[in-house]
Design a protein around this ligand. Structure first.
Ligand code: GCB
Length: 651
């Protein structure tokens, strides 16, 4: 989203201001089509961190006005990547404040000369607060590190003889009580212990606050009258699929729209005209989760064709959206996909890897999906923030079901329940729903993880947040993720599914696996008795250093992780016959955190190492997940065993 003129973006030092602004326009993923081109800007950018005491030298000296190399030394910085781990500089690794990125892009001549072409700059994610200039002119600002934003730069690139443009970004990773996730800057004023002006950033979440340009940056074009947004919701009536669509057009009021729904063979199976309507698909192929059907993840293509009547003649725009037809519903005890009980057997993830930090990386992504399928996982939660759009696309294609979580993690401070915070959280939910609403893989929104919801203002905060999310998208259930410690949970009455994290015999009763069954069963029973809603065990696990072995099991060994999981599974196997509808291990892989005496180079609760090699627990879970798939898959029993035998993922 492009935002108006510069606002008060710098308060004290590296601190930020936040303010809620209403969303405008769509956020369709940039796809090439006969009317749209795309130019990726990934690669090496010029980079400088502003190490000045105030962190404001870059603004004072207006580094955006001229090439960055003219205002001082620059580093080569890969994009996408976090900036923290690519260098050898300890200070840059833990830098807090403004960093500057810059790159020149050469545009095809038509882009800069054809006034009928709209040129858009899109940033997949810049963590956390970003200001963007093109050729020294301010074009956009965005708050929030996990969602895309755009600027229409047509006028700028079409106003002069230049066929190149200089893109400059200033990005600030400072977290405040009002950002998502929240954080605080603490100035250490005791000069006998700390140098003058010394500060640290405190966070209340358990992952490293990686920063920089984390996702692809690109330029794309559309005609000046264009398809701005599409919303699709789907339903089923016996064996007929229903696709309700709504299309938003910008640039003209005089246009026609045609829509065609194509099956996987490219055959048109339904068509319509106009901005909204319902398509009926006889003998529908439903979108099924992985391992629930012999042909999971069936995707149709919705081709939208716009013809606008302009003074200079007709203008055409084309956009194709993948569509999976499926339904989602929740009963007192079940989570239903296409009317059949669905059991989540999967993982929690992080966007995290060696060197690139939270930077998007195709090889890593494909490896992760291959591991998920090897494991027999049918779902994951985007703990604790929205993941890259390309991740969501692969979930659609492979049938991996997603609990799509906002960056509402570590909401602990009373200031983080203020109106300013709530406004921002509402806006983030809008951005998230706008981006991910058309993904069939997304079946549940999670508005937050483990907020300290017993604080007084939390009740109003969560009631409003959950109601707002339901209003934004009435087609999906909503949850927030709570913790077994938070007994008087104020969010639970408003959610559709209860998601509970617990760490029995890890953070409590250390080493006493024998208490897990009793404690877990009691907890499930309490939640169910109070709310009569289906429950997902949304986190459980144990810190495990790969290669540590102890038998009888001791904490941190591979044997302890396995043993702890097995105790959980005994209870899950009882309760899944009643109202427990899923289990997600914490965590898929080891990941980086802040330094602390509790963390040995990051969080080690992965069933895979950070380099994606299995610990013993991965094999245990693999056996369990394939067994669960055999028991809980539908329509597929006969074909399934056959298919599994021939599958490269067979046991
Ligand atoms: C949790 C949090 C997660 C942590 C995990 C842990 O409850 O939701 O972010 O990483 O526990 O390992 O402590």
């Amino acid at each position: 989203m492009s935002r108006g003129p510069a606002r008060a973006w710098v308060a004290l030092g590296p601190l930020l201001w936040t303010c809620g602004l209403a969303l405008e326009g769509g956020m369709l993923y940039p796809r090439e089509s006969p009317s749209r081109e795309r130019k990726d800007l990934d690669g090496l950018w010029s980079f400088r961190a502003d190490f000045s005491d105030s962190r404001r030298q870059g603004f004072e000296q207006q580094w955006y006005r001229a090439p960055l190399r003219e205002s001082g030394p620059t580093l080569d910085m890969p994009v996408p990547s976090s900036f923290n781990d690519v260098g050898q500089d300890r200070q840059l690794r833990s830098f807090v404040g403004w960093v500057w990125y810059e790159r020149e892009a050469t545009l095809p001549q038509r882009w800069s000369q054809d006034p009928g072409t709209r040129v858009v700059l899109r940033i997949g994610s810049a963590h956390y607060y970003a200001i963007v200039w093109v050729n020294g002119v301010h074009v956009a600002e965005h708050e929030g590190g996990h969602l895309p934003f755009e600027a229409d730069i047509s006028k700028l690139v079409q106003s002069g003889p230049l066929s190149s443009c200089r893109i400059t970004l200033a990005i600030n990773n400072t977290l405040t009580p009002h950002t998502l996730p929240p954080g605080t800057i603490v100035y250490k004023t005791d000069t006998s212990k700390y140098p003058k002006g010394y500060f640290v950033q405190n966070t209340y979440f358990d992952f490293f606050n990686y920063a920089g340009l984390h996702r692809p940056v690109l330029l794309y074009t559309t005609p000046t009258t264009y398809i701005d947004d599409i919303t699709v919701t789907t339903g089923v009536d016996q064996d007929t699929g229903l696709v309700d669509y709504q299309i938003f057009v910008q640039g003209s009021e005089h246009f026609q729209l045609e829509v065609y729904l194509l099956d996987e063979e490219g055959k048109v199976v339904a068509q319509g005209i106009g901005s909204r309507g319902r398509l009926q698909v006889p003998n529908v192929h439903l979108w099924w989760p992985y391992l629930m059907h012999e042909h999971p993840a069936y995707l149709y293509s919705l081709e939208v064709r716009l013809t606008a009547q302009m003074a200079a003649g007709p203008v055409l725009d084309f956009y194709t959206l993948p569509v999976g037809i499926r339904t989602v519903a929740v009963t007192e005890r079940q989570f239903l996909i296409n009317g059949k009980p669905f059991y989540f057997h999967g993982v929690n993830k992080h966007e995290d890897a060696d060197i690139r930090g939270k930077g998007f990386d195709w090889p890593l992504l494909v490896k992760d999906f291959n591991l998920l399928r090897w494991l027999g996982a049918n779902a994951f939660r985007t703990s604790h923030y929205p993941y890259a759009e390309e991740v969501m696309q692969l979930c659609d294609r492979y049938g991996i079901v997603v609990i799509d979580e906002s960056p509402g993690v570590g909401i602990m401070l009373v200031q983080s329940y203020s109106n300013v915070s709530l406004q921002h959280h509402l806006e983030v939910m809008e951005e998230l729903v706008r981006r991910d609403k058309n993904h069939p893989s997304v079946v549940l929104w999670s508005v937050a993880n483990e907020p300290t919801s017993f604080l007084k203002p939390a009740a109003y905060y969560f009631k409003t947040l959950i109601a707002h999310t339901k209003a934004l998208d009435p087609s999906r259930p909503v949850t927030f993720v709570t913790n077994s410690n938070y007994e008087a949970d104020l969010g639970a009455p408003y959610v559709d599914v209860i998601c509970v994290n617990s760490y029995y015999s890890w953070y409590h009763d250390y080493g006493h696996m024998e208490v897990i069954q009793l404690q877990l069963a009691t907890e499930f029973e309490n939640w169910y008795r109070t709310y009569q809603k289906p429950i997902i065990q949304s986190e459980y696990g144990a810190e495990t250093i790969a290669g540590f072995h102890q038998d009888p099991p001791l904490m941190f060994s591979e044997e302890y992780q396995k043993g702890l999981l097995e105790q959980y599974h005994l209870v899950l196997d009882q309760k899944r016959k009643e109202y427990v509808v899923g289990e997600l291990i914490w965590n898929f892989a080891d990941f980086m955190t802040d330094q602390s005496p509790q963390r040995a180079v990051g969080n080690r609760k992965g069933i895979f190492t950070r380099q994606r090699q299995p610990k013993a627990a991965a094999f245990l879970l693999r056996e369990r997940y394939w067994k669960l798939a055999n028991e809980t898959g539908h329509h597929w029993s006969a074909a399934k065993s056959q298919c599994l035998e021939n599958s490269p993922f067979a046991l």
